[in-house]
Design a protein around this ligand. Structure first.
Ligand code: SF4
Length: 300
């Protein structure tokens, strides 16, 4: 197998992929797929925090040119945007999809068809946005898509609130992980995203992702085929604890590809928190970029 070929092909031929699907289907009978650990039976109920049952719900599918350059390349990142989310961020910029349920329930065959379509139109990868509550659906669709010729890398594009056990079971499925690391403080994660223990959960998950795929690796065209990218949205008044986030990322590897995002704008219920009613200033952003460089991060 070539270095640039996705590792899920190996798991498919050795039947490990099938076994992982069975393991995940056991987990969702009393769902602990993510750290919310709702304990509901996803085959029968949509009453968990992510309001999702068994079948995938997708809001959009298509090439995306606004993602990080190593994912976009020159033909786009093939984005499949799942509806609903295991986080409830009060400033969510996609709240119609993540909180109001905009999207359509589809079959696993249709999900596989979307993956094949994105490959056929030339996308460099399949980029699953908000996948944490739907990982088993991705694996089930993969069982259908691989025999139909799927060969491009899969990207796990999550909010970082991922259970360690789930990420361990994804070893060899995703070649590229792109989690957020949103907050350094526990109480901020609870207040802004309804997530208990967000920092430790995210750090543990990101550590395991890094163990599996290492630093981001690009092919000779500059397109990513394996590795970790971390995203962090800088919030006003350093509410996100960006300095501590940078310290963690620098401790992981100085070669970590870190996207420090400056596009925060008040959305959804942001006005409930007075500190969130404005955008960030240039000074707030520049200070954090400078700090990341001082900490030795080379790919900010
Ligand atoms: S995936 Fe959904 S139902 Fe399962 S534990 Fe997480 S929030 Fe709850």
């Amino acid at each position: 197998m070539k270095e640039t070929e996705p590792s899920y092909l190996d798991l498919f031929s050795s039947s490990i992929l099938k076994e992982r699907v069975s393991l995940f289907e056991e987990i969702i009978k009393k769902c602990t797929l993510c750290p919310k650990s709702c304990g509901i039976n996803r085959f029968e109920s949509k009453e968990g925090d992510c309001r999702s049952g068994y079948l995938p719900i997708v809001s959009s599918c298509g090439p995306h040119f606004g993602e990080e350059p190593p994912l976009v390349g020159y033909r786009g990142s093939g984005t499949i945007f799942f509806t609903n989310c295991n986080l409830s961020c009060i400033f969510c910029q996609n709240y119609d999809i993540s909180h109001l349920g905009y999207g359509k329930e589809i079959s696993f065959e249709e999900l596989a068809g979307m993956m094949i379509h994105l490959q056929q139109i030339g996308c460099h990868n399949i980029n699953f946005v908000t996948p944490s509550h739907m990982v088993y659906a991705i694996l089930k669709a993969l069982l259908i898509a691989v025999p139909r010729g799927l060969r491009i890398p899969l990207v796990y594009n999550s909010g970082g609130y991922d259970a360690l056990k789930t990420i361990e079971l994804l070893d060899g499925i995703f070649d590229i992980y792109m989690p957020d690391y949103k907050y350094a403080e526990e109480n901020v994660g609870r207040e802004l995203s309804g997530a208990r223990r967000y920092p430790i959960v995210a750090k543990t998950a990101i550590g395991e992702m890094y163990r599996q795929v290492g630093d981001l690796t690009l092919d000779n065209r500059g397109v990513a085929y394996r590795g970790l990218l971390v995203r962090h949205l800088v919030l006003p008044h350093n509410l996100a604890g960006t300095d501590e986030v940078i310290d963690f990322i620098a401790g992981l590897s100085k070669n970590t590809y870190l996207n420090l995002m400056d596009q925060y704008r008040p959305c959804y219920r942001a006005k409930e928190k007075p500190e969130l009613v404005r955008r960030i200033t240039l000074k707030e952003y520049d200070e954090m970029v400078a700090l990341a460089r001082r900490r030795g991060l080379k790919r900010v």
